[in-house]
Design a protein around this ligand. Structure first.
Ligand code: AMP
Ligand code: MG
Length: 417
């Protein structure tokens, strides 16, 4: 199947095809992801200075125009010599000094040495550098005190690290601190990258109170907003709007109208089947298209995906673990793809299972657990409201419907950090 790409292997074997769960239709996790990915709008590339390019995604391949090192130079403070000559007669006449940063166009021959410093261009005729610690200065002469000189010692050859024409960046590469340094070493000041996705977050629920406010009986503090904002930031997208909305139809329509002005709108809560779950109706009211609703995945069944003009809309179930898991499996890859990333899956590791784990009857089940010393063990309560348990997890294990895994089985887990 098309989605069986290396990046998202966990979706490849989702046992369920479209069917009904609890009387309502659901679609498979695999199909949901396929459908969502097929609706990705690539954001236009933009040029940014290297200082602003960290964790952005290259919009084009780039090739070296300058070799690294750019010229033969010394790897040590010491003396440039001819190896064969210095081995034969260790007393050499100093014929000049070559600092780093200028080329004095020096040259030397048999019986001669040039005082040289790290990074300085090699004098013509020299093939080796003897480090300072292995020499003794004797007026205008230097004595090499080691017998072990091999031609080429401490000489950094032009192009040995990187040759002209070699590919330095592939389109879709994440720009890391080291890749930025490599671009700078090529004399490049700015780079073309995918635009950062602008994301809106709307949390919903009458029972929710902002942290810092007074809590009345039956209320809980709103916690998905800050988690989603952090997840958006970690996905290298830009949070452009964040609002909490009561379960009020008009207020929700207004919030969703505003949220859908951006590249992606993430809604938490209100997508299930309860009386106060108004998100679907509100989306219909503002003429958004709902592409899919209800996916066979645990946690996260009420997940919804739709669009309104350029905006991709994600309705995540409000239970914190469901919000977290559905963000990672459905939202994160799409945000990354929009921004031009080549790698859109979470990092994976092959590890041993610490104890027996049984999958759900009908849905693929994402277990939250701790990966330690090469072993994965579930951690905390595995219900979808159990936020504390979730905070102790550093990996997810996807177990297929009805699959029973015994302790010691080799499994692949998704890394959270
Ligand atoms: P819902 O998806 O709106 O039916 O909410 C499911 C459960 O998640 C309920 O217990 C809600 O109180 C809880 N919940 C919904 N949104 C949030 C939120 N933003 N922060 C914390 N808990 C939430
Ligand atoms: Mg709700």
């Amino acid at each position: 199947m098309q989605l069986v790409r290396a990046e998202l292997p966990f979706i490849a074997d989702c046992g369920l095809s479209n069917c009904r769960l609890n009387g309502l239709p659901v679609i498979s996790e695999e199909e949901a992801l396929e459908r969502i990915l097929s609706k990705v709008l690539f954001l236009p590339p933009t040029e940014v200075f290297l200082a602003d390019a960290l964790d952005r995604f290259a919009a084009a391949d780039l090739f070296a125009t300058i070799p690294l090192p750019p010229f033969d130079n010394s790897g040590m403070d010491g003396y440039a010599v001819v190896a064969e000559s210095a081995t034969r007669d260790p007393r050499l006449k100093i014929v000049g000094e070559q600092p780093a940063g200028v080329s004095k166009n020096l040259s030397l021959s048999t019986g001669e040495a040039v005082r040289i410093f790290t990074g300085a261009p090699m004098p013509k005729g020299a093939d080796t550098v003897v480090m300072q610690e292995e020499t003794q200065r004797e007026g205008d002469f230097v004595r090499v005190r080691t017998k072990q000189i091999s031609e080429g010692d401490f000489v950094r050859q032009a192009g040995a690290d990187l040759a002209i024409g070699q590919q330095i960046i592939k389109r879709g590469d994440r720009l890391r601190p080291t890749t930025l340094a490599l671009l700078a070493s090529q004399g490049i000041r700015s780079v073309t990258v995918g635009k950062r996705a602008q994301v809106a977050i709307v949390t919903t629920g009458d029972e929710l109170v902002a942290p810092g406010k007074e809590l009345h009986a039956g209320q809980i503090f709103e916690s998905n907003g800050v988690m989603l904002a952090a997840l958006v930031a970690k996905a290298d997208a830009k949070l452009s709007m964040r609002r909490h909305c009561r379960d009020n139809f008009d207020a929700l329509c207004a919030a969703l109208r505003d949220a859908t002005q951006y590249d992606a709108a993430i809604i938490s809560g209100g997508v299930s089947v309860g009386e106060r779950d108004l998100v679907r109706e509100a989306l219909q009211e503002i003429r958004a298209e709902i592409d899919l609703w209800r996916v066979a995945v645990k946690p996260g069944r009420p997940f919804l995906f739709g669009k309104r003009e350029q905006c991709r809309i994600f309705g995540l179930p409000g239970n914190p673990v469901s919000t977290f898991v559905t963000f990672l499996i459905f939202v994160r890859p799409i945000l990354l793809r929009m921004m031009g990333a080549a790698e859109i899956g979470l990092l994976r590791a092959r590890v041993r299972l610490g104890h027996e784990v049984s999958g759900d009857e009908t849905r693929p089940h994402y277990f939250r657990g701790e990966l330690k010393d090469g072993q994965f063990k579930t951690v905390g309560r595995q219900e979808s409201h159990a936020l504390f348990g979730l905070t102790r997890a550093n990996a997810l294990l996807r177990v297929r419907p009805q699959e029973k895994l015994v302790a010691g089985t080799e499994v692949e887990v998704l890394l959270l950090d």
